[in-house]
Design a binder for this molecule. Structure first.
Ligand code: URA
Length: 265
């Protein structure tokens, strides 16, 4: 596309956007959001004029807008029908109610050994995971691998890993409550199908989805129960990258996990 911009100017503008955190192009042509807003206001004003004014302040109630099926109910039904992990992956790929799917490059389903005693539940894919279609492959994932290695576990042999959300939220924003709610039935079925002895719940979003509460600083290191299985909330490795002084607590939690596995879970 010939934008008419001087090459050096265009490059400097691009670098500035990267500095600001933009890490992907989402459209061929720029959109003037101010012009879009003006057009929207004009359209709203026209629609308001076209509405017949209610006489005497009463009249018929406005017609009910059909909001379509309840995404949580659809997810529950689709998840329950999945008899295997492959079925579940296919059911999630076919689920059209979560907006995150439209902005993602790949469905990030899982990694590791499906027969593992330990299942780790992370939050949502980031940029690297979205590109590769695998959970925890970026910097946080590398730290997770080192943490697991420190107690003799690995995704190659003894751990299964998934996330609450299989699609990357734009700009890595926090998932919205309705997005968590509609993907949780798939996660619950995922846990049933893998049937691990122990769950590790990494970070607040995962605690929200599986325990119905947040507050990882309070929850971490204390065994909870999820679907009849022991579940250990832990600091998310991405948090540990930002707050390395918290690695001491993470180490205590890893030892707690190791002891549980030694004791036969
Ligand atoms: N953070 C997560 O919670 N999951 C991933 O897969 C990557 C980063």
């Amino acid at each position: 596309m010939d934008s008419g911009l001087d090459w050096h100017y265009a490059r400097a503008a691009l670098e500035w956007q990267l500095e600001l955190g933009a890490d992907e192009a989402i459209g061929e042509a720029p959109v003037d959001r101010f012009a879009v807003e003006v057009e929207l206001q004009a359209a709203r004003a026209a629609a308001a004029v076209a509405q017949p004014a209610p006489r005497g302040g009463g009249g018929m109630p406005p017609p009910k807008i059909d909001e379509g099926p309840d995404p949580v109910a659809v997810a529950k039904q689709a998840a329950a029908a999945a008899a295997t992990l492959d079925d579940l992956r296919a059911a999630m790929a076919a689920f059209e109610h979560c907006e995150l799917k439209r902005g993602a490059r790949n469905l990030v389903f899982s990694d590791g050994v499906a027969e593992a005693r330990v299942m780790i539940v992370g939050e949502a894919p980031g940029r690297d995971e979205d590109l590769q279609g695998k959970p925890f492959v970026g910097r946080a994932g590398q730290l997770l691998d080192r943490m697991l290695g420190a107690i003799g576990l690995s995704r190659a042999e003894s751990v299964y890993i998934t996330n609450v959300l299989p699609w990357r939220p734009p700009q890595n924003r926090d998932p919205k409550p309705d997005e968590i709610a509609m993907m949780t039935p798939f996660l619950a079925r995922h846990i049933e199908l893998v049937a691990p002895e122990v769950l590790v719940i990494m970070g607040n979003i995962s605690c929200d989805a599986l325990l119905g509460k947040r507050g990882i600083t309070r929850l971490r290191g204390k065994w909870a129960e999820v679907q009849g299985r022991p579940a250990l909330p832990m600091f998310h490795p991405a948090y540990l990258l930002r707050q390395p002084q918290m690695k001491r607590e993470a180490w205590a939690d890893l030892l707690e996990l190791k002891a549980k596995l030694r004791a036969g879970a």
